[in-house]
Structure formats: structure tokens, C-alpha cells
Design a protein around this ligand. Sequence first.
Ligand SMILES: Cc1cc2nc3c(=O)[nH]c(=O)nc-3n(C[C@H](O)[C@H](O)[C@H](O)COP(=O)(O)OP(=O)(O)OC[C@H]3O[C@@H](n4cnc5c(N)ncnc54)[C@H](O)[C@@H]3O)c2cc1C
Length: 179
Amino acid sequence: MIILESFSLQRFNTFGINVTAQYFCRIKTKQDIIHIIQNELQVYTKHLFIGGGSNILLCNNFEGLVIKNEIVGIEFIKENENFVWIKSYSGTPWHDFVMYCVENNYGGLENLSLIPGTVGAAPMQNIGAYGAELKDTFVSLEAIEIKTGETYIFDNDACAFGYRESIFKKEEKGNYFID
Ligand SMILES: Cc1cc2nc3c(=O)[nH]c(=O)nc-3n(C[C@H](O)[C@H](O)[C@H](O)COP(=O)(O)OP(=O)(O)OC[C@H]3O[C@@H](n4cnc5c(N)ncnc54)[C@H](O)[C@@H]3O)c2cc1C
């Protein structure tokens, strides 16, 4: 993984604001993010995770490390008579995940189609549209604690979802990378 210096973030935020990250890297695997959390984050004064960059407003150059999440993939886990369990990696574009479900006739996420951003950012604010919310179909997520590098599972209740809210915007703000 390469850490770039003085990197323009213009292509990585939907406002297209041309600010610079002092340092910038792309993560493509779980090993990448674990390496970053365990070895790099102590070195930098600040860090910022970016998914699709559709819910951030970058006003100034960022003095620290910007980590662009490109960990993508979708996996079928299991199904029973009534439900199907699908896992998505956090850098997958949200709409790709919805389309995977629609194309396979897995109902539940259709109202959330075309919401910009990544799967990993979706629980941050319990994304919603047309009367549906992520929490209606969400089972659990894995998150890596920044302080320790340990992975924890948060089920639907543990995420404390509310209207455009979750534990990751409140008491656990900044404490985890959603994997
Ligand atoms: C045109 C437009 C339409 C929209 N419509 C809707 C809508 O209908 N409903 C709705 O709910 N929202 C909507 N949004 C908001 C946006 O789509 C969501 O907030 C989306 O989940 C943001 O995803 P992102 O990957 O772009 O997040 P980013 O903007 O990259 O990041 C948002 C925040 O989450 C953090 N973050 C990102 N990924 C992770 C991760 N893996 N782990 C930990 N922290 C992380 C970032 O550090 C940042 O603080 C809209 C936005 C736009 C621009």
C-alpha cells in the first residue's frame, strides 16, 4: 500500500472541493485496514476515512492521513424459507449492493436504491428513503476499534439506530472503522 503526499481530494468528495490531504492512501483488503490501524494511525496527527465522499464537506486542506475505502465485494451467506442473508464489504458502492439484491429477487432494499456512497457508511446515519431505512433489513456489522485494532460485532440493537442516527455518530463517534 502506498501513502501519497499532498494529494488532491477533488475527485473524492461529491462537492468536488479541491482541498489537499497531507497524506492519502487507498485500502483494498481487510489486511490493509488492519495494517493502517495497528501501524500507521499513531504516526499521523489526524485521520479521516472516506467512502464515496457524499456526506462530507471539506473546507480546508486536511492535515493528516485520509484513508479511501476500496474494500469491495458481496457474498451470499445463507437463506431459509423467508429470509436471505447477504454480506457486503464496506467499500462496495451502496447502489451496487441494492442492485445485486434486486437482480437476485431479494426484496427489502429497493427503496434505498441510488443513495450515493458506500455500504460501510450506510450504518453511520441509518440511511433511508421513501419510508424505508437501513435498520429495517440490517442484521449486523463488523467494526475495528481504532484504539486496539480488535474487531467487534454490532447487531441491529447495538447500533442504536434512529432517524439518520447511530451509535457511530454519538458515543462511539470516531472510535471504529466499519469493516
Ligand atoms: C445527492 C445526494 C443524495 C443523498 N440522498 C440520501 C438519501 O436519500 N438518504 C440518506 O440517508 N442519505 C442520502 N445522502 C447522504 C449520503 O448518501 C449518505 O450519508 C451515505 O451513507 C454517505 O456515504 P459515503 O460513503 O459517501 O460517506 P462519506 O461521505 O465518505 O463519509 C461520511 C462519514 O462517514 C465516515 N465513514 C465513511 N466510511 C466509514 C467506515 N467504513 N467506517 C467508519 N467511518 C466511515 C466518514 O469519515 C464521514 O465522517 C445523499 C447524499 C447526496 C450527495
